[in-house]
Design a protein around this ligand. Structure first.
Ligand code: PEP
Ligand code: MN
Length: 294
C-alpha cells in the first residue's frame, strides 16, 4: 500500500517528491515539439524503423517505406545494449551519420539510444530525440546528464521497474531542467514466457492520470512477436497512448537484432491503415502520409 499511497501523494507537491512530473504541477497535457512534429497533442505519433542501423541501403529503404505509411519519426539504434557482448552492438558513430543522412533524405525526425553520459554531445549532434533504454532507466548519472540538455527524451520503462520508479526517473530528467520528456511502456518481465515481455497497458491510463507527459507504447519489445504488434498497437491507441515505437525491416529474417518482433513494410502499412480507424473511433487522429512530390 505504501507505493500506491506515495504515487497518489504527488497530488500534494512540496511534501512529496514528484514535483515536476505530476499533474498538479501542470494540469494540461505537455505537448512536445520535435522539428514540427507535435507529440501528445491529440495526433498519434508513430516512430518506426529498424532495431539497429545496419547499412545505408537498409536504413534509407526502411525510412522511405515508413514515411510513405505515415510514420513521423525514424527509429534506429547505433549504440545497442545487447545481452551478449558477442552480439551485434551497432555501427556506433557510422550509424549516427546514417541516421542523419536518412533525416536529410526523408525529412523524418530521428530517435536513437544514448547509453552513456559521455555520449551526450555526440548523440545530440545527430538525434532529434534521445532514447533512454530499458536497461538504463535507473542510470541516474545518465538521467542527470540528459537533464542538462534541451533535446526531447524518450524514457523507456525498465523491464523490471514499477510505474512509480519510471515516474521518478522522469523527475530526475526534469529536475535537471529538461522538461521535454515522454514515457515509453515497452513491456515488463512477468512469469509468462510465451511472449518476450508482458505488455503492461495499465501503464497508459495510469501514467496519463498521474502525469502530464506524453506516453508512447512499444509493442515490438513488449511482445517479441511481429504478429502481435498490430493488435497491441490498436489496444495501445484505444487505451490512450500518444504514440507508438515500432520495429520495421525490409527483410526481418536477416535483421542483425530483434528480427522476430520486426514488421515488414507491407505489414506495417496495413497496420497503419487499421490504426487510423481505431484512432478515429476514440476521437484521436493518425494523419495520412503526405503525398509524395511528383
Ligand atoms: C530498442 O528500442 O531497440 C531497445 C533496445 O529497447 P529496450 O531498451 O526497451 O529493450
Ligand atoms: Mn530492438
Amino acid at each position: 500500500m505504501r507505493r500506491r499511497h506515495e504515487i497518489e501523494s504527488c497530488h500534494d507537491p512540496g511534501q512529496h517528491s514528484l514535483r515536476l512530473v505530476c499533474r498538479r504541477a501542470r494540469p494540461e497535457n505537455t505537448i512536445l515539439d520535435v522539428n514540427g512534429v507535435r507529440i501528445g497533442g491529440g495526433e498519434i505519433t508513430v516512430m518506426a524503423g529498424p532495431c539497429s542501423v545496419e547499412s545505408e541501403e537498409q536504413l534509407i529503404s526502411i525510412a522511405r517505406a515508413v514515411k510513405a505509411s505515415g510514420a513521423k519519426v525514424l527509429r534506429g539504434g547505433a549504440f545497442k545494449p545487447r545481452t551478449s557482448p558477442y552480439s551485434f552492438r551497432g555501427l556506433e558513430v557510422e550509424g549516427l551519420k546514417l541516421l542523419a543522412l536518412a533525416r536529410q533524405e526523408t525529412g523524418l525526425a530521428v530517435v536513437t539510444e544514448i547509453m552513456d553520459p559521455r555520449q551526450l554531445d555526440l548523440i545530440c549532434r545527430y538525434a532529434d530525440i534521445l532514447q533512454i533504454g530499458s536497461r538504463n532507466m535507473q542510470n541516474y548519472s545518465l538521467l542527470e546528464e540528459v537533464g542538462r540538455c534541451r533535446k526531447p527524451v524518450l524514457l523507456k520503462r525498465g523491464m523490471s521497474s514499477t510505474i512509480e520508479e519510471l515516474l521518478f526517473a522522469a523527475e530526475y530528467v526534469m529536475k535537471g531542467g529538461n522538461s521535454s520528456v515522454m514515457f515509453c511502456e515497452r513491456g515488463i518481465r512477468t512469469f509468462e514466457t510465451s511472449s518476450r515481455n508482458t505488455m503492461d497497458l495499465n501503464a497508459v491510463p495510469m501514467l496519463k492520470r498521474i502525469s502530464h507527459l506524453p506516453v508512447i507504447v512499444d509493442p515490438s519489445h513488449g511482445t517479441g512477436h511481429w504478429w502481435m504488434v498490430p493488435p497491441l498497437s490498436k489496444a495501445a491507441i484505444a487505451a490512450g497512448a500518444d504514440g507508438l515505437l515500432v520495429e520495421v525491416h525490409c527483410d526481418p529474417q536477416k535483421a542483425l537484432s530483434d528480427g522476430p518482433q520486426t514488421l515488414r513494410p507491407d505489414r506495417f502499412d496495413q497496420m497503419m491503415r487499421e490504426l487510423r480507424r481505431v484512432a478515429l473511433a476514440i476521437g484521436a487522429e493518425l494523419p495520412l502520409p503526405e503525398r509524395p512530390q511528383p
